[in-house]
Design a protein around this ligand. Sequence first.
Ligand code: ATP
Length: 301
Amino acid sequence: MNTVLSLKGISKRYGRIQALNNVSFDVPPGCVFGILGPNGSGKTTLLGIILDILKPTAGSFELMGQPPSADVRKGIGTLLETPNFFHYLSGERNLRINASIKGKGYGDIDAVLEKVNLHQRKKSKFSTYSLGMKQRLAIAAALLGNPDVLIFDEPTNGLDPVGIAEIRELIKKLASEGKTIIMASHLLDEVEKVCTHVAILKKGELLAAGHVDEVLVNEDIVEVSASDLNRLEQLLKNMNGFSGIQRHDNNVQLFYPMGTAKLDEVNQYCFNNGVVLNHLQLKKKSLESKFFELTGKVSDR
Ligand code: ATP
């Protein structure tokens, strides 16, 4: 199996609304794959299609290298919204009901409660749980039957900082055990902290997909300045190696693919051509500015 999920030109229309437009990307096994985008970008619609809750208007996809089927989906645990647990029943009792509904045995209930750190409180009523505990119980339910793939829609939504940290740690732990996790998020910060791979959606369009390091941090910026900025700019335009150049009020910025900028070469080139630099600085393009550039939206950091 080379991919857990392979999307090929998925589109979805709701009447006049184009929720997804020709979206294609692959999810490799063993990764934490973030589907990142602002509200309304199509994340939930995409997860709904993968899980057969919605039909695509066009396109196709494969799960575990096979055409999607109920059988293949049995290997996927899901958390789409906080499930309707019974408030007056214990966490453990709720999981037993959940397991029955899904046609799974009760054999791993203790193990999943342990995994999400709720074992001590398994006899307590659901109504006494904090929001974070409720969400961890929902993840426990997704883990029933020990699926290899987990799909979570905004798993930290509505939680306080402690609850958010607990869920993020849990996701990392599950990933370290070899599970593939696909999660929708509107938080750049979350994807940066938790995910290895990302697909960025904006108004149903796929803007970029791949390894987080490649998609979100892909540029070095060399900022240079000299007393005669016009001359410096002209000179730099004749230099090789960079992928873009931008003139600002007080400096000129050169853009390089990540890890390829060489400050000493820039300095030497300018000096050899009669321009002495009074400023030379390497800046990494921040994730935030990259996300803003991609989606036109400041992230909710
Ligand atoms: P959010 O984080 O707010 O849930 P999202 O990225 O998950 O956003 P979707 O919920 O997939 O985005 O919505 C994508 C677009 O499709 C939005 O414009 C939304 O209003 C629209 N949409 C979603 N579901 C329906 C529906 N059942 N009928 C009509 N339009 C819909």
